[in-house]
Design a protein around this ligand. Structure first.
Ligand SMILES: [Ca+2]
Ligand SMILES: [Ca+2]
Length: 360
């Protein structure tokens, strides 16, 4: 063979090797972008067409609220997700006597072992101040009865139990006000012995321990206090949804709250919905409804890291996020509720899912 023939073969060989290398080793960014790709943890089906609030229970199962806003011909329920991602019903939630509907959003487990659930009546067409805090009385892992322990809120949303109290975000105190005020209520367990606590509508109630405003140039201006949680030192974190920010409150020895500090705002966040504080690292994981994303915020530096983000109207196929409203951390897995409301350019569509992101 002539020298030029060898050269040609050599060139073809090098070309093949290069092509194989490029196909097998995508660019670093591509690798990074796919690393946290969500998958479907649970396809909930039509019966559980709208998932929202989640919390990890002591036995490592996850409790999940199903408000079924998108198709309320199916009742609103609480589900339990086993360690191998199987679901079972804990209870059906009672409809409100006035609206004949119930809108369970946030859920937490109290130090008394009972479940505390925000019934957001604003989401079912009744923003006049009839939202409730429900208590599911648990015994041996089973729901025995359900009580209303507080009432008179407008848009009860997240629930977080810490110390001697149950905290509830009020997403809108006055929809007409500009900027729009919202905040956080604190109820002591000791107040739940008798009749339901009655909250005064409008923001003057003594249970309202935090109050802030929201400004935005679109529909987000109507959505204030949302996700809620505590770190192990007792600092309180609250999402200001419409401003895409995370606020922090501290408490003095008398339980009085400080003025809020803005831990993080924007940096890729377009809204801040449900949150969870990582029990080991203290980082705050946030569901971003508008951006179809999950972010992580370092509370010390305020740095936001986007863990995953995908386009709007993904359908939720293959686990893609479809208007996520809540996160829940179990080990190295981040569970994400896709509330999938027909809002902000999204259509409610099957599948109705809980996505999961495996952290490295
Ligand atoms: Ca959708
Ligand atoms: Ca969907």
């Amino acid at each position: 063979m002539k020298r030029s023939g060898y050269l040609m073969i050599l060139c073809v060989l090098i070309g093949c090797v290069l092509a194989a290398a490029m196909a097998g080793c995508p660019k670093e960014e591509q690798v990074k972008a796919q690393a946290n790709k969500p998958t479907i943890a649970i396809d909930l089906g039509e019966k559980y067409n709208t998932p929202d609030g989640m919390v990890l229970d002591a036995d490592n199962t996850i409790l999940l609220n199903i408000p079924n806003f998108n198709d309320d011909s199916h009742p609103a329920v609480v589900l339990r997700i086993s360690e191998d991602d199987k679901i079972e019903e804990v209870c059906t939630l009672p409809v409100h006597p006035v609206s004949k509907k119930v809108g369970p959003l946030g859920i937490d487990v109290g130090s008394d072992g009972n479940l505390y659930i925000a019934d957001n009546q604003g989401m079912v067409g009744h923003p006049e101040g009839i939202s409730r805090l429900l208590r599911v009385n648990m015994k041996d892992g089973k729901a025995r009865s359900i009580d209303t322990v507080a009432e008179g809120m407008r848009m009860a949303n997240a629930v977080s139990c810490f110390g001697d109290s149950v905290y509830v975000t009020e997403t809108s105190l006055d929809p007409e006000a500009v900027p729009m005020p919202s905040g956080v209520y604190r109820f002591r367990y000791s107040e739940f012995a008798g009749k339901p606590v009655k909250v005064a509508v409008g923001g003057g109630d003594r249970h309202l321990i935090a109050k802030f405003t929201t400004t935005a140039d679109d529909w987000r201006a109507t959505v204030g206090a949302n996700g809620l949680g505590f770190d192990k030192d007792g600092n309180m974190y609250v999402c200001n949804f419409g401003e895409a920010s995370l606020l922090k409150y501290t408490f003095d020895e008398n339980g009085k709250t400080s003025a809020p500090t803005v831990v993080a705002r924007g940096q890729g966040m377009e809204s801040t919905d449900g949150l969870k504080v990582h029990p080991e690292t203290g980082e705050i994981y946030i569901a971003d409804f508008v951006a179809n994303a999950v972010h992580k915020v370092d509370p010390k530096t305020g740095k936001v890291t986007t863990i995953w983000r995908n386009e709007n109207n993904s359908g939720g196929k293959d686990g893609l996020l479809d208007k996520p409203s809540e996160v829940c951390i179990r080990g190295n897995r981040i569970y994400v509720s896709n509330i999938d409301l027909t809002l902000d350019g999204n259509e409610h569509d099957a599948p109705h899912t809980i996505s999961v992101i495996e952290l490295e």
